[in-house]
Each structure stands twice: as structure tokens, then as C-alpha cells.
Design a protein around this ligand. Structure first.
Ligand SMILES: Nc1ncnc2c1ncn2[C@@H]1O[C@H](COP(=O)(O)OP(=O)(O)OP(=O)(O)O)[C@@H](O)[C@H]1O
Ligand SMILES: Nc1nc2c(c(=O)[nH]1)N=C(CO)CN2
Length: 179
């Protein structure tokens, strides 16, 4: 018999899982916003950053008529429930005055939860893995740099996804660095 349980609803003893966050900014002092968001993730109890990608200048995906983004990916080990990670991500966006005027439009900082271990969730508030991550070179390229062995639940090795994705709009900014 297999007992299927869900660690997000199992109170108390939660295992350490790998969480992946995609951060983007295309308004104001983009590096300041990204550094601030990474610092806020680093200060999150129950979450320890294990790797941060380099900084990438990326052409906007979706709504094209907006400034270029800076994107980074943060990989962490965490005992937090997935919903708590989303709440933290949304709180960080709030702190940095993110204004949602246009869906998919410009923002000071956007913090998306890409995946939490092998967890699959499909609720109105949270979808895991992020439903568009496998299509987004601005997520996949930095993620592969941060974790060359990365794999995306349901889609396979990130290295393979990168090989099958147009990465021409994603350029490493070797002059920039998140501390
Ligand atoms: N994996 C996830 N990461 C972040 N937000 C999520 C996720 N799944 C669902 N959401 C929900 O999506 C809502 C809208 O997110 P947001 O405004 O950041 O979208 P967007 O950045 O414009 O577009 P996209 O979702 O394509 O990145 C959030 O309030 C959140 O509840
Ligand atoms: N290059 C780039 N394009 C985007 C980004 C982003 O972070 N980078 N975020 C979006 C909504 O999450 C939509 N389009």
C-alpha cells in the first residue's frame, strides 16, 4: 500500500525542499530592486539560499512594448510550505512598491515561485511548477547557470529545455553582480 501525503499540509515536520525563484525588474534602479529582493529572500526564516545566477539583460516576453528586464534566478533550500513562499514573494514585491497597472507589464520587481521540490499545485492563488517557466528563456538560462543539474517537474532537464528555446533575447551582464 502507498500512502500519498502532501508535505504542504503535513504540519510540524516538513522536509527540506529545493525552491527556485525567478526575479525580474524593468523599472527604476533595476539592480537595486533585484539586490533588495534577494536580501529579503535571504532574511526569510526557514529558507537558505544555495545559489544565485548571474544577472541577465532580457528582451520583454509577452507584452513587447516595455523596457528590457534584468532577470536573476535564486535557488534555495527551504522547510516553508509553498503557500508561505508565495506570500513571501508577494510581500517582497509589495515592499518594493510594485504597482500592477498592466498584467504582464512593467514592474519594479517581480518575484515568481518557479518550483518547490516535486510539488504540483493548481489553485487560483498558486500554480506549481510555474505554468510558463518551461517556455521562458529568461528563467531557464539563469537557472541552468545557478544549477547545471536542474530539472523542471514535468518537463525534464533544464539543460535540454534551454537547447530547445530561443535564447537570443537573454544576454549575461558580466558587469553586474548580485551579492
Ligand atoms: N508560481 C507562482 N509564482 C508567483 N505567482 C503565482 C504563481 N502561481 C500563481 N501565482 C499568482 O499569480 C498572480 C499574479 O502574478 P503576477 O502579477 O506576478 O503575474 P505576472 O508576473 O504579470 O505574469 P506571470 O504570471 O506570467 O509571470 C499572483 O498574485 C499569484 O497569486
Ligand atoms: N524578459 C522578461 N519578460 C517578462 C518578464 C521578465 O521577468 N523578463 N516577466 C513577465 C511577467 O512575469 C513577462 N515578461
Amino acid at each position: 500500500m502507498t500512502i500519498d501525503f502532501d508535505v504542504d499540509t503535513l504540519s510540524g515536520m516538513v522536509p527540506l525542499r529545493q525552491a527556485v525563484f525567478s526575479l525580474g525588474s524593468n523599472l527604476g534602479d533595476r539592480m537595486e530592486y533585484l539586490q533588495g529582493a534577494v536580501d529579503a529572500l535571504r532574511a526569510t526564516p526557514g529558507l537558505t539560499i544555495s545559489s544565485i545566477s548571474g544577472v541577465y539583460e532580457t528582451k520583454p516576453v509577452g507584452l513587447l512594448d516595455q523596457p528590457d528586464f534584468l532577470n536573476v534566478v535564486v535557488v534555495a533550500d527551504s522547510t516553508l510550505a509553498s503557500m508561505v513562499m508565495l506570500e513571501r514573494a508577494l510581500a517582497i514585491e509589495e515592499v518594493f512598491n510594485r504597482v500592477r497597472e498592466v498584467p504582464g507589464g512593467p514592474r519594479t520587481v517581480d518575484v515568481d515561485v518557479i518550483c518547490v521540490g516535486e510539488r504540483r499545485i493548481n489553485t487560483e492563488a498558486l500554480t506549481l511548477p510555474h505554468p510558463r517557466a518551461h517556455l521562458r528563456a529568461f528563467v531557464l538560462v539563469p537557472w541552468l547557470e545557478a544549477d547545471p543539474a536542474a530539472s523542471l517537474v514535468g518537463h525534464g532537464p533544464v539543460a535540454e529545455l534551454v537547447r530547445n528555446t530561443d535564447t537570443s533575447g537573454v544576454v549575461r551582464r558580466t558587469d553586474l553582480r548580485i551579492e
